[in-house]
Ligand binder design. Sequence first.
Ligand code: AMP
Length: 190
Amino acid sequence: MKNIVLFGPPGAGKGTQAEILKEKYQLKHISTGDVFRFNIKNKTQLGLLAKSYMDKGDLVPDNVTIDMLEAEVEKNPEAKGFIFDGFPRTNAQAKALDELMDSKDSQINAMVALEVDDEVLVERLLKRGKTSGRADDADESIIRNRITEYYNKTAILKDYYSAQNKYFGVDGVGSIEDITERLSAVINEL
Ligand code: AMP
């Protein structure tokens, strides 16, 4: 069983690559952002709450996000493994994920990170905003706040997984195919 955290700042290409890798390695893809957006669309209580944070580019509180992630994992008892996309984003989330995996006699095998410069991220997200319909992609100040949240709360997870020898950085600039190759080179060794 391979459980992979696909990591990187907003706009690094996690969602695009996760869609390809889930087919290639037959893993269940869980994107916390996608689950929140699904809940917003369906006007659930969780969606309403998440929206108030997401619209500003702030992180949704840990307790809410962790409960949601655990429920998503529990919905997939048959999964051969998971690609976590956009989770964990804080130390508390990383600890909760380790405990969850432990409780299933499993573990996170690797954090694979897409590395992309900030200005490239802003450019990509503004471009995506023209077609994605995502409010948080449409406004440069919200995009920059998401990147700030990443550096303030999320980037430290590199240390968390490095301490377990599980961090692998990959150049996230290039064609989709080239980047898939780089990620696959890491995953094939796990
Ligand atoms: P994403 O689709 O990964 O870019 O996430 C979009 C937004 O959803 C983020 O800016 C956060 O507001 C929220 N979000 C997604 N995943 C998490 C998470 N693991 N922790 C907190 N907030 C999250």
